[in-house]
Write a protein that binds this ligand. Structure first.
Ligand code: SF4
Ligand code: SF4
Length: 70
């Protein structure tokens, strides 16, 4: 299971939006005042958003399914 979090205190918001543009799986949604993770289940852990984010605002980790119960 993949857990993805976005630190809003570090995120530059819609004027950046690089994560949303680079993500091939539409995990992020751009709103007028913020970026948010709308579809975390679509994440394939390609890590492109981690590489492009200028502020390390994104944190993604994989959790063994035996821990989360799936
Ligand atoms: S790339 Fe990073 S700073 Fe830019 S919108 Fe995405 S999370 Fe925020
Ligand atoms: S790791 Fe890849 S699929 Fe997951 S949110 Fe980032 S860019 Fe999208």
């Amino acid at each position: 299971m993949i857990i993805i979090k976005l630190d809003k205190t570090q995120c530059k918001g819609p004027k950046c939006a690089k994560c949303a543009y680079v993500c091939p799986n539409n995990v992020f949604t751009i709103k007028s005042d913020s970026i948010f993770i709308s579809s975390p289940n679509y994440c394939k852990f390609c890590q492109e958003c981690l590489k492009i984010c200028p502020n390390t605002a994104i944190n993604i980790k994989t959790v063994p399914s035996s821990i989360c119960g799936f």
